[in-house]
Design a protein around this ligand. Structure first.
Ligand code: RTP
Ligand code: MG
Length: 142
């Protein structure tokens, strides 16, 4: 048996435009590595509107969707595939709740508390399930 895939799981992480422009990329990567994740792939891109609409298709009918598309196309993002045991849940726990203003109160050690601002500008993304992780990783990487 190979030893390389003992329970390893992959998730998609994104440092969003506010995280990149706020110079948080290196702090976020430091936390990722210190938390035991391997950064398997990484890509810096300025997403276009069509890509964001397809990536966040599950939210296409929500009132905040146009604003989300504007936010996610406002500057370059850093997209990473993270790998470790329990990567999906552990990365979601590290980034903290969606609303960064609340995270600053309830999860002060979280990444969103560190670099996010509010319910929309929350500086990082994390896949929320095995199915989402598989879809999102193949969205950006072959
Ligand atoms: P993500 O997908 O980016 O990791 O965030 P999440 O699971 O914590 O939150 P989700 O419900 O999937 O929302 C996706 C992103 O849309 C923006 N948002 N704005 N104004 C609003 O009511 C609102 N709600 C969500 C956020 O940028 C959120 O991360
Ligand atoms: Mg989500």
């Amino acid at each position: 048996l190979a030893t390389a895939d003992l329970g390893n799981e992959r998730t998609l992480a994104i440092v969003k435009p506010d995280g990149v422009s706020g110079m948080y990329t290196s702090s976020v990567k430091k936390i990722i590595l210190e938390s035991g994740f391997a950064i398997q792939r990484e890509l810096t891109v300025h997403l276009d509107e069509d890509s964001v609409r397809r990536f966040y298709a599950e939210h296409s009918t929500k009132s905040f969707f146009p604003s989300l598309v504007k936010y996610m196309t406002s500057g370059p993002v850093l997209i990473m595939v993270l790998e470790k045991t329990n990567a999906i849940a552990d990365w979601r726990a590290l980034i903290g709740p969606t609303d960064a203003s609340k995270a600053k109160v309830t999860h002060p050690d979280s990444i969103r508390a560190m670099c996010g601002q509010d319910l929309e500008r929350n500086c990082v993304h994390g896949s929320d399930s095995l199915d989402s992780a598989a879809r999102e990783i193949s969205f950006f990487f072959y």
